[in-house]
Design a protein around this ligand. Structure first.
Ligand SMILES: O=C[C@H](O)[C@H](O)COP(=O)(O)O
Ligand SMILES: C=C(OP(=O)(O)O)C(=O)O
Length: 445
């Protein structure tokens, strides 16, 4: 169980969604180099997150997992990282204050560079090239050179993730995330929107509460830092395997490229390479479950991924779509619960709600995203089980990728600032609106 299978053994099981490299020696060289790189996270931090996920599964905390669909190297800048962190901090403070529950903050960042795709190829104007699979694999530009899978990019992922995580650690421990900065996270653009004003009013209440707590002797340093964790889909076996190390405290293997890693909907085959890899690492892990997942599959996955039923170890991230969740989720949750399986249920309100507009943009409706979260809460309330968190794809910028929301963005408005390289993300205002609405749902549970 603790001995990690070799890369060759994993590939022999059949690994879905892997790039086809044309230079095996260059792949081997990149893997060898990665194996020498220092860890990006410590095993003890992963254990700490596991304990928090366990608390969320008992209803004592709530997980907010958010960030880009796909990070890009060019966007790994200080401004972008700060903006992403800022919107997650704002969402977290809204959820914490409005629902009176500790929020476990997990970024889809510092490693979210590889994407599963529906098709291996993309055709434009009669030209067919490999599909873009994330900056970890190839470039977005539609040229043969750019779309060629390049193993050197695996090392670029490491460096971009290291600098992102370094900055996140500086922001979250160095004062930027201090609760007394709650007003400064409300940037000009958001402040002028109705939801921004709602946030300002709440921030003023938080200020008063903090002043009161200080007056009665609370230590202000308690508000100075926040715990923030990194996560990504562990898709590329070469990268994830090379970033697996033995923890010196316990002699157990951990993926040290992120605190939490998850298995995607397209790579969760019970006998496939990803499940085999994941069952060996000791991080808290997620597994996506879409509308085709059966309760028996979920039970088999839990038995394989968490045979000792360790609390906080396994999160099932459901992504049914707004139209299917009320019908599909109850049976799954009921059966898994009846079997005594310890799991945290998180709602990915994005991936079951994607569609293409008539003007060619991949988008989602804000109302569908919310409806899926509402369905998730409804199902858990009806069954007496615990909604442990939400997963969103969002950004700290004012992009126009998801229609609807308070700004009533329509299909034509998508063209204004559509920047995602794969799936559409909630912008800053939509993220904040969502936080207030979810806080309301959470308060009622
Ligand atoms: O983020 C999820 C998947 O990578 C994405 O939805 C796949 O998109 P595609 O259908 O455009 O390949
Ligand atoms: C690809 C993703 O989701 P899914 O595996 O659920 O399609 C994702 O969360 O980036």
């Amino acid at each position: 169980m603790t001995e990690i299978p070799t890369l060759e053994q994993l590939h022999a099981l059949g690994a879905a969604q892997q790039p086809t490299y044309d230079d095996p020696a260059a792949v081997a060289a990149a893997v060898t180099r990665l194996r020498t790189m220092p860890p990006l996270v410590f095993a003890g931090e992963c254990d700490e997150l596991k304990a928090k996920v366990a608390a969320a599964s008992r209803g004592e905390a709530f997980i907010l997992q958010g960030g880009d669909c796909a990070e890009t190297f060019v966007d790994a800048t200080a401004d972008n990282v700060r903006n992403k962190l800022r919107v997650l901090l704002q969402m977290a403070v809204v959820l914490t204050y409005a629902a009176s529950v500790p929020v476990v903050k997990v970024g889809r960042l510092a490693g979210q560079y590889a994407k599963p795709r529906s098709s291996d190829k993309e055709t434009r104007d009669g030209v067919t090239l490999p599909a873009y699979r994330g900056d970890a694999v190839n470039g977005f530009e539609f040229t043969p050179e750019s779309r060629r899978p390049d193993p050197q990019r695996l090392l670029d992922v490491y460096h971009a993730s290291a600098s992102t995580l370094n900055l996140v650690r500086a922001f979250t421990t160095g004062g930027y995330a201090d609760l007394r900065q709650v007003h400064t996270w409300n940037s000009e653009f958001v402040r002028n929107s109705p939801v921004g004003q709602h946030y300002e009013a709440m921030a003023a209440e938080i200020d008063r509460a903090l002043t009161f707590m200080q007056a009665i002797g609370a230590n202000p340093d308690e508000f100075h830092r926040v715990d923030f964790y990194s996560s990504h889909e562990a898709l590329l076996l070469e990268y994830e395997h090379a970033m697996t190390r033995t923890d010196s405290r316990t002699e157990l293997p951990y993926n040290v490229s992120a605190h939490m890693v998850w298995i995607g909907e397209r790579t969760r085959q019970l006998d496939g390479a990803h499940v085999e890899y994941f069952r060996h690492i000791r991080n808290p892990i997620g597994c996506k479950l879409g509308p085709t997942a059966t309760a028996d599959e979920a039970l088999d996955l839990a038995a394989k991924l968490n045979p000792t039923n360790e609390p906080g170890r396994l999160t099932f991230i459901t992504r049914f779509g707004a139209g299917k969740i009320r019908e599909g989720l109850p049976h799954l949750v009921e059966k898994v619960t009846a079997e005594g399986v310890d799991v945290a249920w998180v709602c990915d309100a994005m991936h079951g709600n994607t569609f293409e507009t008539s003007n060619g943009y991949k988008t989602r409706r804000f109302e569908d995203v919310l409806d899926e979260v509402q369905g998730f809460f409804d199902v858990h309330r009806a069954l007496g089980t615990t909604p442990a968190g939400i997963l969103v794809e969002n950004t700290g910028d004012d992009v126009t990728e998801i229609i609807g929301g308070g700004e009533e963005l329509d299909e034509l408005g998508l063209a204004h600032r559509y920047e995602s390289v794969v799936d559409p993300r909630l912008n800053r205002v939509q993220s904040l609106e969502m936080a207030f609405l979810v806080a309301e749902m959470l308060r009622r549970t």
